[in-house]
Design a protein around this ligand. Structure first.
Ligand SMILES: [Zn+2]
Ligand SMILES: [Zn+2]
Length: 260
């Protein structure tokens, strides 16, 4: 059984399924992907995400504002904490820093990230962190405002081994996406070889970043076993072991999901 620890189910292209959301989910289940975490990127679409998608068995959600959506206005800590009290919210995020796409809004992104870290500490939920070209600031803010008990995950990780290990020191997990399968990602594959298996999660980040051999297609949760297979090859273990270990890790981090 595979868990897709990070996808955006409200953004999946359903045209191959005649716009039937449940048919897309059934295709994921046929591929042994039975648990999914659908991640929030803005407060405007959160209510619909919760009402329409999180009601289903095996689907959990987070609440938060993506760093590249910080311009929609800063969210209040109290609002995040309030929404986080809903039963199927298992994390705060995705939040974080993306200087690759938008270095101009760095200050705004940092303020937003700080608020998410504070809300997560109050709610005692883990944080889903998006980080790109912002290694030092990401680690510094987690250290200053995060709570190492509830901790979090660096998702769709593409940074250095040094950064991964610094985050693990702060009780974080590292999540790898289909990028690990890309031909030009040898440096990232070296990071996968070094990061301990008990700290690894897998994700699709669907509808973005379809793994090889589906590259170029729109991504879906049913492709997460391809990420697991790549990690299995790099670690020299069977894919079943990756499925089992990453599922255990998922429930260790997202404790509210384990309680259901
Ligand atoms: Zn992200
Ligand atoms: Zn995402």
């Amino acid at each position: 059984m595979f868990i897709d620890s990070h996808c955006h189910l409200d953004k999946i292209d359903l045209s191959p399924y005649d716009n039937d959301f449940d048919a897309m989910l059934a295709a994921a289940r046929d591929a042994s992907v039975d648990t999914l975490l659908s991640v929030s990127v803005d407060m405007g679409s959160f209510p619909a995400l919760y009402e329409r998608i999180a009601a289903r068995e095996g689907i959990f959600v987070s609440v938060g504002v993506h760093p590249l959506h910080s311009d929609e206005g800063l969210v209040e800590v109290s609002r995040l904490v309030e929404e986080a009290a809903r039963a199927k919210v298992v994390a705060i995020g995705e939040t974080g820093l993306d200087y690759y796409y938008d270095a101009d809004s760095a200050e705004l992104q940092q303020e937003s990230f700080k608020r998410h870290l504070e809300a997560a500490a109050q709610a005692q939920l883990p944080v889903i962190v998006h980080t790109r070209d912002a290694r030092d600031d990401t680690l510094r803010l987690i250290d200053a405002h995060g709570d190492s008990r509830s901790a979090g995950v660096l998702h769709c990780f593409t940074e250095s081994l040094e950064m991964a290990m610094a985050a693990i020191e702060m009780n974080y997990f590292i999540s790898f996406s289909g990028i690990v399968t890309f031909r030009n990602a040898e440096a990232l594959r070296q990071v996968v070889r070094e990061v301990p298996l008990e700290r690894i999660l897998i994700e699709t980040d669907a509808p973005y970043l379809a793994p090889v051999p589906y590259r170029g297609k729109k991504n879906e949760p049913r492709y997460v076993p391809a990420v697991a297979q790549c990690i299995a090859d790099l670690k020299g273990v069977r894919v079943e072991e990756i499925a089992e270990r990453t599922s255990e890790n998922f429930y260790q981090l997202f404790r509210r999901a384990a309680a259901r």
